[in-house]
Design a protein. Structure first.
Ligand code: 3HC
Length: 312
């Protein structure tokens, strides 16, 4: 038996036994490539996602709301850090991931290419966007790749707090003045469909799902996760007294799930391909932040080199 055959057999055995694949283990090239793609995309989403929320830090309605929002945005930076670190264990460097993002060769979640026009949008991001993210990410705590699965455990705990703070903003606005209720409804009208798009294309159009599920990277399909999210969120909207902007939404007793309307896939693919309302601004801002931070990276590298020399 060659080393490669032994590696393959061990990889298959780990998957079958529901054990984790770890960085030194042999893994198929496609498995490594898929993980780098997905984890880097996920990390970029966390970091780019700081922009629409940070837009409201200086305009949060109270000091307490401002402190909570600052903490949340900082959490997202932390999520990016765990995820970039997890991707690095697969042999790609952080500089390379940044280069690929800045050159438009790496994707990030479509959701962050929409503007945050009112304070209710901060509520909607917490309630719907973080709600969708958790629905997707709970299954990733069972991902077959150890560093990603372990990172997701901590991220999911923090996302649960984010979701609750968003729902609480929406509850406050919904119980407020008619203008505040209208602001909440307007937020829901604009964020509902983009939140459903976060789960990706239909299973029949998903390029990677079948293989990713065989490798136990993904555990649940895009459509099944989207359905879970709709079933969970509709009663929450009812509790808030807000209307979901979908005339086809209704309970299907036979299926035991809500039926819902078709996503505008043209809009989805336009946003994914870089033509959403905020794609250009988001990447321009990200590049500028990376360039402005060059001196920090250089100083940190110089400090590390000096310490190494001192120890040697
Ligand atoms: N936005 C942008 N691109 C998307 C997308 C979305 N919402 N959904 C799918 N795509 C892309 C895929 O990346 C793929 O393109 P590629 O081959 O160039 O990479 C193509 O559309 C086809 O989609 P597939 O279904 O074949 O892709 P996947 O199997 O990778 O499934 C996914 C897509 C469900 C998003 C999966 O990658 C995943 O679970 N990723 C991890 C979670 C993640 O990235 N979440 C980001 C959400 S935001 C967030 O977490 C921040 C928090 O603070 C809210």
């Amino acid at each position: 038996m060659t080393d490669r055959h032994r590696g393959e057999a061990r990889f298959e055995a780990l998957l079958a036994a529901e054990e984790k694949v770890e960085p030194p283990d042999w893994m198929p090239d496609g498995y490594r490539k898929t993980l780098i793609r997905q984890i880097a995309q996920h990390a970029h989403s966390e970091v780019i996602g700081m922009q629409p929320e940070a837009n409201w830090i200086s305009r949060a309605p109270t000091l307490k709301r401002k402190a909570i929002l600052m903490a949340k945005v900082q959490d997202e930076a932390g999520h990016g850090l765990y995820l970039y670190s997890a991707a690095e264990t697969l042999g790609i460097t952080r500089d390379e991931m940044m280069r690929l993002l800045h050159e438009g060769k790496h994707k990030y979640s479509s959701i962050f290419n929409y503007p945050t026009l009112s304070w209710a949008d901060i509520g909607c991001i917490g309630w719907l966007v973080d709600g969708a993210a958790i629905t997707n990410q709970v299954m990733l705590t069972r991902c077959s790749y150890g560093p990603y699965a372990r990172g997701m455990v901590r991220i999911c705990k923090e996302e649960s707090f984010h979701q609750r703070q968003g729902f609480e903003i929406m509850a406050t606005l919904s119980r407020g003045t008619p203008a505040q209720r209208q602001m909440a409804q307007d937020g829901l009208d604009r964020w509902w469909w983009p939140s459903l798009m976060m789960f990706g294309p239909h299973d029949s159009a998903s390029t990677h799902s079948r293989q990713s599920m065989e490798w136990k990277i993904k555990r649940v399909s895009n459509d099944d996760l989207r359905q879970q999210f709709v079933d969970m969120t509709v009663p929450q909207a009812e509790y808030l007294g807000l209307a979901i902007p979908d005339p086809d939404l209704r309970w299907n007793a036979e299926r035991g799930h809500y039926d819902f309307g078709e996503i505008d896939w043209d809009e989805f693919w336009a946003v994914v391909k870089g033509n959403g309302p905020m794609n250009r601004e988001r990447i321009a801002h990200k590049r500028a932040a990376w360039e402005d931070g060059a001196w920090v990276r250089e100083a940190a590298a110089a400090y590390a080199a000096r310490r190494r020399d001192a120890v040697a």
